[in-house]
Design a protein around this ligand. Structure first.
Ligand code: SAM
Length: 381
């Protein structure tokens, strides 16, 4: 039987997530700000958690009903069959949001729902009341009050999906793994194409690209919140996991290497270790080099330069943007260029590149809005 789910991502990457859900053959996914809603079976939910690259979490929509005040909220939450999914030993972490409702205090909303769940378990089912905890390990439940409607959702993912497990080392401002994957999808990079990140830091963009090329599902090795639900079927998850272990294409030595370089030897070492943990070190060429003196890419075919230059207060920007632009214009003029840059400093990009670059999306990254800039090959004009 199909349920409704909501997969979240960073605002700005919804298109990428939508295309991934379509690839999973999900019918009629619905894009909204910050994510995509879709209907699917539990098998597809397991598959989506293992396979989605640009998502941050997947929520199961539990119920939606009218709740004009706390007594109506209490009554309906006490009546809801929580036990279908929640075993009594599972600690619960309730969060609430409220808009245009008489119930303005989110703290009161969570208390009311906690009490309703407790009474359901103790008085209706004769079981101990669940523990409530704000710990990261507890099962997240979202109570969304909007006007006189209440929506209950259950987190199926647990820790965020970008925590793939391989990035245990990083520089000062690493890009989130799901944003790196989302950018690759959003620019339309095809896994057979060459790719270069000349400011690769801990290697997030090249590693995510190599995982895509090898068709390795990003979250094969981690655990999920749904594994602790009362209706969890381990055999079903095993089957989904096995099906996702598709062998990489067995083509002859890859003609289009995925390359990364950085001027900082420490972050480059971290990138190499991360690539090893992700199982893609053999697919990457990582080089210690500045933008100014990096050797030409090995590929004779043009590809994409995709990078995340230093910006903001944490890193000195220096002349990274102009050196990047120079690398593209004068040394790789048949390649396409894409990078992210703070929205509030868009004038710097326009001053440097005129109308040769276009902003195609605005993504929320590390607390600020950044534009995704794309330039088609200058030589092609
Ligand atoms: C924002 S970080 C990239 C983070 C990376 N995407 C990650 O996930 O770890 C920017 C990187 O640019 C590198 N960098 C800055 N200026 C450079 C230059 N002129 N040549 C090469 N690398 C440079 C820094 O060493 C830093 O690792």
């Amino acid at each position: 039987m199909a349920q409704t789910y909501f997969a979240t991502t960073q605002p700005g990457l919804e298109e990428a997530l939508l295309s991934e859900l379509r690839d999973l053959k999900i019918k009629r996914p619905r894009m909204v700000t910050g994510g995509v809603e879709f209907d699917a079976t539990y098998t597809t939910l397991y598959q989506a958690n293992l396979a989605l690259r640009s998502a941050t979490r997947i929520w199961l929509r539990l119920d939606e009903f009218r709740a004009r005040d706390t007594s109506e909220l209490f009554r309906k939450c006490r009546r809801f069959d929580w036990e279908r999914l929640i075993p009594p030993e599972l600690a619960l972490n309730l969060r609430a949001s409220s808009r245009q409702s008489r119930m303005v205090h989110t703290g009161t909303i969570t208390e009311v729902v906690e009490e309703a769940i407790s009474q359901r378990f103790v008085e209706e089912l004769g079981q101990p009341a669940p523990l409530f905890s704000s710990g990261d390990d507890a099962q997240r439940i979202l109570i969304r009050i909007d006007g006189d409607r209440c929506q209950l959702s259950l987190d199926s993912s647990g820790s965020r999906l970008q925590r793939r497990g391989w990035r245990t080392e990083a520089g000062p401002a690493p890009l989130r793994e799901n944003i790196a994957a989302g950018l690759l999808l959003q620019i339309g990079w095809q896994p057979h194409q060459p790719l270069l990140d000349p400011m690769c830091g801990s290697g997030t963009i090249p590693i995510e690209a190599a995982l895509m090329r090898q068709r390795i599902a990003p979250n094969l090795a981690r655990r999920f919140a749904f594994e602790r639900w009362a209706n969890f079927e381990a055999a079903r998850l095993d089957k989904v996991r096995t099906a996702l272990h598709r062998p990489a294409p067995t083509s002859p030595p890859d003609p289009s290497p995925i390359e990364g370089s950085d001027r900082d030897p420490d972050v480059l070492q971290a990138a190499r270790a991360n690539a090893r943990r992700a199982g893609v070190d053999a697919q990457l060429h990582l080089t210690l080099a500045t933008l100014q003196d990096r050797p030409a890419p090995e590929s004779t075919e043009p590809g994409w330069i995709l990078t995340n230059p230093p910006y903001g207060e944490r890193l000195a920007t220096g002349d990274a943007l102009s050196s990047l632009f120079h690398l593209w214009q004068s040394r790789l003029p048949t390649w396409s260029l894409a990078f992210i840059w703070p929205r509030e400093r868009a004038d710097q990009v326009r001053k440097l590149a005129g109308n040769r670059l276009q902003s195609v999306a605005t993504v929320f990254n590390g607390g600020i809005s950044v534009d995704l800039w794309i330039g088609t090959p200058p030589a092609a004009k």
